[in-house]
Write a protein that binds this ligand. Sequence first.
Ligand code: FE2
Length: 671
Amino acid sequence: METVVAEVTSARPLGTLLLLRLWKEPLVSLVPDRWFCARVTVTGPLGDGDDEGGDDDGDGDDGDDGDTPRATFPCYRWLESGCLELREGTARTPRGAAWEPRLLQQRQEERREREEAFQWAPYSPGWPWRLRALSPALCPWPPPPPPPPPSSSSSSSPSPGGAPPPQLPPSLAFPLGHRASMAARAAAAQVRVRLRGLRCGGSWRSFEDIREALGGPGTPISEYVVQHWQDDAFFGEQYLNGVNPVLLRRCSRLPPNFPVTPPMVAPSLGPATCLQREMEGGRLFLADYALLEGLPTGRPGGDPQFLAAPLCLLWLSPRRQLLPIAIQLSQRPGPEAPIFLPGDGPWGWALAKLWVRGAHFTLHEVVTHLLQSHFLGETFATATHRLPACHPVHQLLLPHCRYTFHINILARETLLNPGGIIDQATAVGREGTLELVARGTAALTYTELCVPDDLEHRGVTDIPNYYYRDDALEIWGAIESLVEGIVALYYPEDSDVAEDHELQDWVGEIFTYAVLGNEKTGFPSKLCSRPELVKFVTMIIFCCSARHAAVNSGQYDYAAWMPNTPGTLRRPPPRRKEEATAELLLETLPSPDATGALLALLSVVSYEGGEPRPLGSRTQEPFSGAAPRRLLGAFRRRLAAISHRIQQRNEGLALPYPYLDPACVQESVSI
Ligand code: FE2
C-alpha cells in the first residue's frame, strides 16, 4: 500500500478548472494494487488570471499565497482501477457552486453516493443512531477492505436494533502497532490484578491487599489519589477537576426527597452560620444521581451487584474547600434511607462516600463519557460524512470525526457485547447500560453541551479553583473564534445559512438521529442565522475534542485506585447507620476479577496511542485558500497560549489539572 501525492504541472493555460479525472489501469496481477491518493495539485498559468481559489465568487477563498496560480483537488481515497472524478478543493456552499451546472450535478451525485455509503442504523431503543455501513470507496482513511473470511463462530453479537455491525475497512482500524500495544497494556493490568487477587480468595481482606494488588505502574495523580481518597476535601474537589466535572450544580433549594435539616449539618458548618444562610449565600451544591434510580444490575460470576442513586450535599467552606456534608443513598427518603453525616463515625461516612463514588463511576462512564462523547460524536460524524466533501461544514469538521466510527465499533463489540467488560466490571452490566443510555438520551439538553450556557445553568460560574471551567471556557472561546471566521467566509448573511439546504438537512439529521427528534432537548432542528450556526458547530468541535478529553483522559488517574472509583459494589447499600463496619466496607468493594477487568480497560482508554492529533493540528487539511489558513494559524497560536498558561498554573498545584491542556486534547473521539 502506497500513499501518493501527485503533482501535475501544465505549461499552457487550462482555463477554469472544474473537475479533474483520475484514471488508473488495473495491474494484471493477483497482487492487490491499490493506491491511496491524498490530493492532486495543478500549478501554472490556469487561464486569464484565473485562480480557482479566487475570492471573486464570494466563496471565501482568496487564493494561495505566492505568485503561482495553483488548484488543489483533494482525494483522500483508495484507487484500484477505473476513473475517479475530483472537484477542486475550495469549500463552497450550494449557492457558491450554483454558477456552474456541471459542478452542481457533480455535487448532487456525490451527495447521493455519500448518503448510500454512510447510512443511519438504530442500535437500541432510545439510543442515538449509529453508522450502518461504510463504503470503502468513500472511506477517507486508507485502505479498502478485503472481503471478510467466512466464520461460523463470529464473536461479535448482533445489534439490538437488528442491523449487522458495519464492516470497517482495516484502514479505519487503528494501526497494527497501536492495537498491539492496547492489547498488551490491557492484558498486563488484568493478569497482574487477578493473580494477586487469587491470593485473597476472591475477596479483599484488607486495604493492604488492595494496595499490593493495584501497586502496578502508577501516575503522579493516581498516587495522589491513593494518599487522599478518604479526605473530604479531595472527595469534593473531584466534582470540579475529576473525570466528571459537569455534574455539580448550585443548590438554592433542597429537593423535597432530600430532607436535610439544619441540626444535621450544624456540626459541619460551625456556629458562625447555618444551612439557610449558606444556601442563600450560594455556597451549597448538589450532586444528584437520580438517573440511576431503579436500574437493572448485573450478576458477573453469578454474584448480584448493587448500585445506589444517591443525593450528596456539598458546602463551599471559608477555606475555599468543597466539602460533602450530607449523603442519602436513595431517591426515596425514609427510615431505610438514613442521611449520612461526617460525624457518623469513620465507617458509616466512608461507606456513604463509597456508594456515591460508585454511582459517580456509572453515571460518568455511561452517560457523560459513552453517550455524550462517543455516541453523540458518531452521529455528528455520520451526518457530516453525508455532506458533500466541498461543503464548508464538512471540511471544518472532518478532522473531528477521525477514528470515531472505529472506536465506537470496538466499544460495542468488546465492552457492550454480552459477557464483555461492561458485564464483567460494572454494576449495571449490559442490560443496565442499555437502559441508562436511553434515559440519558431522553434527559440530554443542548444547554449542557455548550460550555458558557452549561456553567450558567448549573450556577458554577464563580466557584473557586474550578480548573475545568477556566480551561473549557478558554478553549470554547478559541474554537468559537475559528468557527466565526470560517462561517463569515462562506455565509455573508443570515439568509445564506437559512437557505443552505444541505446545511439544513445536516442539522435536521443530527436532531433526528442524535436526540431522536426530542424538542425538549433544545437541540436545533434547523439553523436560521450565522450565530446559531457558529454555536452549533462550536459545540460539536468542543464535544468531540475538549469535552471528551476532560471526561476520558483522567480515567486511569482517578480509578486505578479502585476504592476511589469502584465500578460495581457487592453488598446492598446500608439501610441503617449501625450496619457500617470496616468488614462491610471491604466486602462491598468489587471483586479482584471485576477490578482487574476494569483496570485493563482503563489502562487502554486513558491514553491516546498511535499518532496523537492534538486540537488544531489538522494534518489532513482539506481547506484551501489563504483566508482559512490564516484563521487556523490564529487558532493554533491561541491554543498554544492557553497551553502555556495551563502548564504554568499546574506547576504550582499539588494536584494539577492537565486534561484540557490543548497540547494533550485530541481532535476527535478516538479512544
Ligand atoms: Fe473515550
